[in-house]
Design a protein around this ligand. Sequence first.
Ligand code: NAD
Length: 344
Amino acid sequence: MPEAPLPARSIGWGVVGYGWVARDYAAPAILAAGHRVAGICDPGAAAREAAARAHPGAALHAELGALLRDPEIEAIYVATPNHLHRAAVEACAEAGVPVLCEKPMAATLADAEAMSAAVERTGVLYGTAFDQRHHPAHVAIRDAVHAGAVGTPTAVRIAYACWLGRDWSVTGEGDNWRADPARAGGGALMDLAPHGLDLTDFLLGDPVQEVAAVTQRRVQDYAVDDGAIVMGRTRGGALLSLHVAYNCPDALPRRRLEVLGSGGMIIAENTMGQDPGGSVTLIGADGARRALDVPDADALPFTRQMMAFGRAVATGDRGGFSAERDLHTMRLLQRAYAMDPQCP
Ligand SMILES: NC(=O)c1ccc[n+]([C@@H]2O[C@H](COP(=O)([O-])OP(=O)(O)OC[C@H]3O[C@@H](n4cnc5c(N)ncnc54)[C@H](O)[C@@H]3O)[C@@H](O)[C@H]2O)c1
């Protein structure tokens, strides 16, 4: 995906679901991208009160219909729990409003297929919010790989883990929908593996085609998996090893990305996540190490993402956004779960 320049014009956004990621990352990123938060929809009174404080100029709604009827709204960002993505995206498609929906695309493959069909039928611009494509370190790694820095890529190895207890919540309000199979669609595998699968495609320019997986319910007291290992192979033949977990204390090293090739290796530590930063090391085939230059290292991934989607809205050029590609990722996730008879 090309670097997003400053937007040609300011886009009026509607935010659907004003919880953790919308409040702390996406809505600030919309403003930082030079756009406007024109409206916010959330059935929760506390969420609407928080939205009113942070965005006094935004129209507040308890349901999506009113937001979609507002002529100020040119794009929608969906950040509800996973099982509600489908209804929001289908409503946007019917209303003809471009929609950027949080990952995973949906809680089930059937929902994702319906979403993909709706945006294809209506021609509405759709993107899944894979913010890690826009992390400056990941853009630099992709460019280095494409320039031959590791020779022929042979494997991507990712560890992406965190601690998610039964009662986890950022705001301290509400219940933990991530621990509910019906609302989340799965556990650590459903929540965290989409980033690794999508990032592998982004970094290598080569989508993961085959997957196998094992899951565990080892530590946490809930009905979804709290850890999983996915192994995969890209269309071009590179291997993927992806460990995701909800049972890893946050103070441990837990965010590591490696691209291994016939002529070298890139190691990124603490780049995976919502924030910029982390370190990237390039190791030559002779073992010599140097830091990889990361242009605009402090740029915020969410801001870059909103700039890129705003540019697609303003120009009609879909850029790197593709419902078909993201549906493929959902198919991989379903196949990964189906591999493991132990999983919920
Ligand atoms: N890209 C990332 O790095 C990233 C990070 C965190 C979360 N996410 C994704 O974002 C989504 C939201 O996660 P979160 O952690 O912010 O959840 P959250 O529980 O903190 O917030 C969800 C919000 O949606 C609201 N909501 C519920 N039903 C709604 C409806 N019908 N219409 C509008 N709003 C509704 C809730 O009241 C709540 O305020 C999930 O899909 C999650 O996977 C992505």
